[in-house]
Design a binder for this molecule. Structure first.
Ligand SMILES: Cc1ncc(COP(=O)(O)O)c(C=O)c1O
Length: 379
């Protein structure tokens, strides 16, 4: 074995995220919460779910929360609640996880993609006016990586066109925009509790928040077979309920969320401070009035793939979120969008790289990641 190989084999791997460190810290609280549900023998639509709905609504500063089975269902139900049907068009950014688009497709509606701002990776508000048509029925904005999109011009556009605005907050629970929390700015906010999200369940889960009593009531009906009262259904719904065990787990985790977010922010500040000496790397952007919650710490470089290999050789994980914008997915080939139609999103897909990020990440590990990046760029 060469000295180089020996040195590498002694290195501790740095994962993209590490849920076991979190479980080691809160395992006893989690087990007590699960035990509470088991003792109650109430597993669906009980006290835990109702309490979590109130707690998440209050975190966001809105009136109502409606727990559902996943972030994808949250989007589908929010679209349905605002009247989107087969044949309608829905505007959304092309740089997002596929679920944002497939929620639209699940209703037989057509996603109409928009480009992003290159420095934030979120929807470019000026795109909306270019892409809107007479068939547009709603807008979905995505707060990607934990950073809010620039909401003021997006809200102004949606209001001027009388279009419902849905916030996809799957990656951004708690993120701030001009003193407000994401989810409270549009008509509805959709959250995912997928295990690796900043607030993650031990399985799937999601929630929709809204200030409208009418929308909340409709969502409660839709998530439970369209039943307005027991065994009376007035429209087709399905089963999309958040179960009590997941809700109890999420309530424990919610108590720690503010601390975890500050740890993420402090880790991000450390990365950015150390990366200042590394030219050729663009750190994440956090403008005035934005509070990023760093679901991901995403850098940008033209030599992305080579850098990712270099890090992997040093046992440092990194991930590309996302290598293919939605308009270039095979799923959407029939829509007719071509390479070159959304230049900022396409370029970002070639250049972005998310570095390890989780609350328990240590400063020494961050230094090792940045040293490896600097070493790759020979600076
Ligand atoms: C931006 C975005 N939207 C929607 C979803 C879908 O959430 P879920 O996996 O809970 O269905 C995710 C996460 O997976 C996401 O990152």
């Amino acid at each position: 074995m060469s000295t180089h190989a020996q040195l590498n084999s002694a290195l501790e791997p740095i994962p993209q995220f590490d849920l076991s460190a979190q479980y080691a810290a809160i395992g006893a609280e989690i087990r007590a919460a699960i035990e509470r549900v088991l003792s109650s023998q109430q597993f669906i639509l009980g006290r835990e779910g109702a309490a979590l709905e109130e707690e998440i609504a209050s975190l966001c500063g809105v009136a109502y929360g409606v727990g559902v089975a996943s972030g994808t269902d949250a989007l589908i139900l929010a679209l349905r609640a605002c009247g989107v049907r087969a044949g309608d068009e829905v505007l959304l950014p092309t740089s997002t996880f596929v679920a944002t688009g497939s929620a639209v497709s699940a209703l037989g509606a057509k996603p109409v993609f928009a480009d992003i701002r290159p420095e934030t990776y979120t929807l470019d508000p000026s795109e909306l006016e270019r892409r809107v048509t007479l068939r547009t029925r709603a807008v979905i904005v995505v707060h990607l990586y934990g950073l809010a999109a620039d909401m003021d011009p997006i809200v102004a556009f949606a209001k001027s066109r009388k279009l419902p605005l849905i916030e996809d907050c799957a990656q951004a629970i708690g993120a701030g925009y001009k003193g407000r929390r994401v989810g409270s700015i549009g008509d509805t906010g959709c959250f995912s509790f997928y295990p690796t999200k900043n607030l993650g369940a031990y399985g799937d889960g999601g929630m929709i928040v809204t200030n409208s009593a009418e929308v909340a009531a409709r969502l409660r009906t839709l998530r439970n077979h369209g039943q307005t009262t027991k065994y009376i259904s007035s429209e087709p719904g399905w089963n999309s309920r958040l179960d009590e065990i997941q809700a109890a787990i999420l309530r424990v985790k919610l108590r720690h969320l503010a601390d975890w977010q500050s740890a993420r922010r402090s880790n991000a500040a450390e990365y950015t401070r150390l990366l200042e000496r590394v030219p050729g790397i663009m750190p994440p952007y956090e403008g005035e009035g934005f509070e990023h919650v760093y679901h991901q710490y995403t850098i940008r470089t033209e030599q992305r793939d080579a850098l990712q290999h270099h890090l992997a050789a040093r046992k440092i994980d990194s991930t590309v979120y996302y290598p293919h914008p939605l308009h270039l997915q095979p799923l959407y080939a029939s829509l007719g969008d071509k390479r070159g139609d959304f230049p900022h999103a396409e370029r970002a897909a070639q250049e972005v790289l998310s570095l390890p990020m989780y609350p328990e990440l240590r400063k020494g590990q961050i230094a090792r990641v940045v040293d490896a990046v600097a070493n790759f760029l020979k600076c």
